[in-house]
Design a protein around this ligand. Structure first.
Ligand SMILES: Cc1ncc(COP(=O)(O)O)c(C=O)c1O
Length: 393
């Protein structure tokens, strides 16, 4: 294991607040901030455009970041595309596939809007889109997916871990079912990347998207898209960096990843993300998973004792704990926690309205943990919640 108190020194904001909103975006370690500062102070140049020393240094650092990300997920670097967030990666796939009007897509009722609306929009092209319901605990059993498959199903898009309920899907079985039926699978790894080990070579999903700014501890404005077969989608943006030959009648595309990365990217962000991967590797993702599991287990055990509290999600969950104080609005609870104890939790719809309406509530409060949280913080959180619940009982 690792010393969480040492880790906390790398996240200065944690001196001011109890930060339980890492599922939205994580705090960034100072080592990552320093790596980005170093870019601006020491060698800021463009990535891949030109031959001078600053371009060479910048290009080397960005390529090294790509190799780090690829090695972390056990993937080929040529199949790792830098994006600005998870949402962009999903849209690159939903718009990059050549759809036929009779195609069929399966997604689920437990998705973040980012993994729902881009598929729903395909209905305008004549594609039919089925939204398979998750059960009350947020689990989409592989059989639910199997029974939704049709002869014309082209793609299944599903989140690895729900951002609202913390439910973990059996994506291995789902991918197997899909491939047995010649269907491609997109895994939304926004809530799993950096929280649990992920091996893309053995997982064999066709597309995997994640944010750099969540579990991977990188800066905001970064994300990744893994494409198992880079010929399976067309780039949606074209321009500088994506082509290797252009004349007035034609152009030819660069191979992946360049053909998917049009224009100057978020260079300091990419360099920061590479440094963030080093940071995680030094702690070891297995240790992070274990630590976060202990935090959520402890939180559930403490808050289960509190009267007038409803806790959602399955028993076996990721580091996401959603709940409501019966009789109180979720935003009010979150505000009281913040104003009394500087606790930062998310409240409301969590960009997942179908999930929230399935719970038959108008919002939930979500505590989400990361490698830098402590058991003492969980105790303060539970104690504060206990006092708030007394207001209504
Ligand atoms: C499961 C899931 N998918 C997609 C997203 C969108 O992520 P981003 O803000 O990086 O686009 C989120 C954000 O919370 C999420 O939790």
């Amino acid at each position: 294991m690792y010393d969480v108190n040492l880790v906390r020194n790398d996240f200065p904001v944690l001196k001011k607040v109890i930060y339980f909103d890492s599922a939205a975006t994580t705090q960034t370690p100072i080592q990552v901030v320093e790596a980005m500062n170093e870019y601006f102070y020491e060698y800021a140049g463009n990535y891949g455009r030109g031959a001078h020393q600053l371009v060479r240094e910048t290009t080397d650092r960005c390529e090294s970041a790509r190799e780090k990300v690829a090695s972390f997920f056990n993937a080929d670097p040529a199949k790792i595309i830098f994006t600005k967030n998870t949402t962009e990666g999903i849209n690159m796939v939903s718009q990059g596939i050549e759809w036929e009007p009779e195609d069929h897509v399966i997604t689920t009722s437990i998705e973040h809007h980012s993994n729902l609306v881009p598929w729903m929009r395909l209905r305008k092209k004549g594609v039919s889109v089925d939204i398979v319901p998750a059960n009350k605990k947020g689990i989409v059993h592989p059989e639910y997916i199997l029974s939704a498959i049709q002869d014309n199903t082209k793609l299944i898009a599903i989140s690895h871990i729900s951002n609202v309920l913390g439910s973990i899907q059996d994506i291995r079985s789902i991918i197997k079912i899909a491939h047995n039926n010649d269907i491609k699978v997109l895994i939304d790894g926004a809530q799993s990347a950096g929280h649990i080990p992920i091996n893309l070579k053995s997982l064999k999903c066709d597309y995997f998207v994640a944010a750099g700014h969540k579990g991977l501890l990188g800066p905001q404005g970064t994300g990744i898209l893994y494409i198992r077969d880079p010929d399976s989608i067309e780039p949606i943006y074209l321009g500088g960096g994506t082509v290797n030959n252009v004349n007035s009648s034609n152009y030819s595309l660069e191979p992946s990843p360049a053909k998917f990365e049009a224009g100057t990217p978020n260079i300091p962000g990419i360099i920061g993300l590479g440094r963030a991967i080093d940071y995680i590797e030094a702690i070891d993702i297995k240790n992070i998973k274990e630590h976060e599991h202990k935090l959520s287990k402890y939180a559930i055990s403490l808050i289960s004792e509190i009267p007038s509290l409803e806790i959602y999600g399955p028993k076996k969950r990721a580091s996401v704990v959603p709940f409501n104080v019966i009789g109180m609005n979720s935003h009010d609870v979150a505000m009281i926690m913040n104003e009394t104890k500087n606790i930062c939790v998310r409240s409301g719809f969590h960009c997942a309205m179908p999930t929230i309406s399935q719970l038959k509530v108008d919002g939930v409060i979500r505590a989400s943990f990361a490698l830098y949280n402590t058991m003492e913080e969980v105790e303060i959180f539970a104690d504060t919640l206990f006092q708030i619940s007394n207001l209504v009982s």
